[in-house]
Design a protein around this ligand. Structure first.
Ligand SMILES: [Zn+2]
Length: 151
């Protein structure tokens, strides 16, 4: 099993992880080169396209919240890589203006934000499945060993 998968598993089991290290591994997994930094801002996370930097908070209320945040920022980075920083920023600002024009929230109703949120939810489900299956496998194996020993 790869180092990454092992780490995901351990983190879901223990609810305790090294945020920066896990974030860096994830960034690499999605073939990005973004830097990861911890700041004490009010946002749960942020992506700065100009410097290709993802900022995180020093702590999160749950492992799930952390994963949703980092995966969300990774989607922004992916869009910035794909479109180029300038184009991405232009399109992002445009989408915010469109939302505001419709009386919506320029950030929350921004289509790029919605895309990032969908991506984060989808990817997280994938990881939870992997962890779930590994747990079932481990418990079955344990039952089998116990069974063999006592019968
Ligand atoms: Zn965002």
């Amino acid at each position: 099993m790869g180092k990454f998968k092992k780490m995901m598993e351990a983190s879901f089991l223990m609810e305790r992880i090294d945020y920066v290290e896990t974030a860096k591994q994830l960034v690499k997994k999605y073939k990005l080169k973004s830097k990861v930094k911890i700041t004490s801002g009010k946002n749960s996370g942020e992506y700065v396209p100009e410097t290709d930097t993802i900022t995180l908070r020093p702590s999160y209320s749950s492992t799930k919240e952390f994963y949703i945040t980092i995966l969300h920022e990774i989607q922004h980075a992916k869009d910035a890589y794909r479109l180029g920083v300038k184009t991405f920023m232009k399109k992002y600002t445009q989408a915010g203006t469109v939302a505001a024009y419709d009386g919506l929230d320029p950030h929350d109703d921004n289509k790029w934000e919605e895309k990032a949120e969908r991506f984060a939810e989808k990817e997280l489900k994938k990881y939870i499945w992997i962890t779930g299956f590994s747990l079932i496998y481990i418990s079955m194996l344990t039952s089998y060993l116990v069974f063999k020993k006592f019968w």
